[in-house]
Design a protein around this ligand. Structure first.
Ligand SMILES: [Zn+2]
Ligand SMILES: [Zn+2]
Length: 218
């Protein structure tokens, strides 16, 4: 509700009107084929595995994201996370639905926020995105995961890999196929850890989906 009362400015370029103006929306770097079939990294031609994921044990079948995590995407995610701009979660869901095929899964779920962050923000951005996508795709969204221990570190790739191993467990039996939603895909370690927990709870196939994906330079 508060969103509607505040003057609206584009969170990327600052122009008045919408929280995400048409030009900035248009310029977001869509992730389009060719992609790595497994981890969704942009590649020169279609591959089953790429330099980024070759040799890694990834518990998800595929990972896909709508846009590259550039400065504009970073500003959108930041405003949506830290300022709780709900309209941006709707925009992000629309961009995901435009860019990614409708997943053939029994349910959506989301990466749970750690308790402290959730208290600070009063919402979980990944959950919001999953709920919006559940609406768009008409797939039920189930809160299947919980964290097993504190900190969700996003500071660096190394920190992410260290902290997420065994970071989740399922709260309930998982349906046969699940798409796990997150706001940003960084190294895949979080998505893989979530997928491991879902598979331990009975899922046979887990797809990872995110609004934005970090891109490796060079
Ligand atoms: Zn703009
Ligand atoms: Zn890959």
């Amino acid at each position: 509700m508060l969103d509607l009362l505040l003057p609206q400015r584009c969170v990327v370029c600052g122009s008045g009107g919408l929280q995400l103006c048409a030009e900035c929306r248009e310029e977001l770097p869509r992730l389009e084929p060719p992609l790595c079939a497994r981890c969704g990294a942009p590649t020169a031609w279609p591959v089953e595995r790429c330099r980024e994921c070759a040799g890694r044990r990834l518990a998800f079948a595929t990972a896909r994201a709508a846009v590259g995590y550039d400065d504009a995407a970073r500003r959108i995610v930041h405003a949506w996370k830290e300022r709780g701009l709900r309209r941006l979660a709707v925009e992000a869901a629309q961009l995901v639905a435009e860019g990614l095929p409708h997943p053939e899964v029994d349910a959506l779920t989301f990466v749970p926020a750690d308790h402290r962050r959730r208290l600070e923000r009063g919402h979980n951005p990944a959950e919001r995105l999953a709920l919006e996508l559940a609406d768009v795709w008409a797939i039920p969204c189930l809160a299947l995961l919980q964290r097993t221990r504190g900190g969700r570190q996003r500071g660096s790739s190394a920190a992410e890999r260290r902290t997420v191993r065994g970071a989740f467990r399922a709260r309930a039996a998982a349906p046969r196929s699940v798409a796990v939603i997150d706001d940003v895909y960084t190294t895949g370690a979080t998505a893989s850890s979530a997928a491991t927990a879902l598979r331990a709870a009975g899922a046979r196939r887990v797809e990872a989906m995110a609004f934005a994906r970090a891109l490796r330079r060079g």
